[in-house]
Design a protein around this ligand. Structure first.
Ligand code: AMP
Length: 216
């Protein structure tokens, strides 16, 4: 399975990716998580990325595409991968196509999870993430077993700075201006699967697995 998850920030891509990764035994590649890790490791690229992330802007394409390229050359993607948060504009989608050609790989499907701006804003305000492993929780919809502690790795759960309302509004605008055209890009290639992300986590997951099952 070579998958891309598309959808506005807060629609549940990260949560669905964690479930799908176990189901299909493929790595979850989140460019946002990679940037946050690079910042925690105090790398130069991490610092540059943070300066964009905290403003709610996209990290420049040359940096982002290079990170993805390096990631795709690792051995663990032999059976496939699942991108979450990449590509975020048409130039990135074209860059990804080039790397996939180099590697002799083809996308299986592009899953577009949809929900309106109002719903994603309310979901993001309750979102908490593990600062160590990036796992995603929600104060109402997906609580950890112990408050403030990650079920998976025991890390501390935080409210990301860029999940604060003002920044989320900017991220949504960028999504609508720059990422929404990526949906058309993959639709034209016949790869798009559209999913209603306004219902529960498990309902969204059922829709995705059903659609992917039909593709086999
Ligand atoms: P995410 O965790 O996917 O919501 O990403 C958090 C932030 O990281 C975004 O708001 C961007 O600033 C940056 N980012 C993540 N993925 C990309 C990408 N594909 N292109 C540019 N910036 C990105």
């Amino acid at each position: 399975m070579h998958l891309i998850l598309l959808g506005p920030p807060g629609v549940g891509k990260g949560t669905e990716a964690e479930i799908l990764k176990k189901h299909y035994q493929i790595p979850h590649i989140s460019t946002g998580n990679i940037f946050r890790e690079l910042f925690q490791q105090e790398t130069e690229i991490g610092k540059i990325a943070k300066s964009y992330i905290e403003k709610g802007q996209l990290v420049p394409d040359d940096i982002t595409n290079e990170i993805v390229r390096q990631r795709l050359y690792r051995d663990d993607i032999k059976n496939g991968f699942m991108f979450d948060g990449y590509p975020r504009n048409v130039a990135q989608a074209e860059a990804l196509d080039k790397v996939l050609i180099e590697l002799g790989m083809k996308l299986t499907a592009v899953i577009n999870i949809q929900a309106d701006d109002e719903l994603v804003l309310s979901r993001i305000s309750g979102r908490r993430v593990c600062e160590s492993c990036g796992a995603v929780y929600h104060t109402k919809n997906k609580r950890p077993k112990v408050a403030g502690v990650c079920d998976i790795c025991g890390g501390k759960l935080i409210h990301r700075d860029d999940d604060k309302e003002e920044t989320v509004k900017k991220r949504l605008k960028i999504y609508n201006d720059q990422t929404a055209p990526v949906v058309g890009y993959y639709k034209e290639k016949g790869l798009l699967v559209t999913i209603d992300g306004s219902r529960s986590i498990s309902d969204t997951n059922d829709q995705i697995e059903e659609a992917l099952g039909e593709l086999k």
